[in-house]
Ligand binder design. Structure first.
Ligand code: 5GP
Ligand code: ZN
Length: 116
């Protein structure tokens, strides 16, 4: 399941380079191109789903696997104890820019209050 125009599908296919930090059969974690913290990793299912709602409706087990990989990445990055944030921008008000569901793993500094 891929979208020909999707930049993250191209990363999954190896058509666009990325700095991978963890990979399973169905999940990929790679560094954000424009990191906003010393740890800023994106975790995605390799299959294309536009957002969290589509992913969880279609394959809740895969959604769980993505979350597990996010926690493993945080541990590997050394931020499990200091703390980290998991962000999934969804839809226009969130500023979602890439419509292949992705979870930002952000940490390595005090992150301040969550903006809502
Ligand atoms: P969103 O705003 O959709 O939640 O976040 C999309 C994220 O993808 C941004 O943080 C942006 O820096 C990152 N990004 C966009 N294009 C690329 C790319 O080609 N490679 C990587 N590694 N990250 C990208
Ligand atoms: Zn995609």
């Amino acid at each position: 399941m891929t979208d020909a125009d999707c930049i993250f599908c191209k990363i999954t296919a190896g058509e666009i380079p990325s700095t991978k930090v963890r990979e399973t059969k169905r999940v990929l974690a790679f560094r954000d191109l424009h990191p906003r913290a010393s740890t800023h990793v994106l975790v995605i299912p390799k299959d294309h789903y536009a957002n969290v709602a589509e992913l969880t409706a279609a394959d809740p087990a895969l959604a769980g696997e993505v979350l597990a990989v996010a926690a493993e990445v945080a541990a590997e990055e050394g931020v499990a104890e200091s703390g980290w944030r998991l962000i999934a921008n969804t839809g226009p008000h969130s500023g979602q820019d890439v419509f292949h569901v992705h979870f930002h793993v952000v940490g390595g500094k005090p992150l301040g209050p969550m903006v809502a």
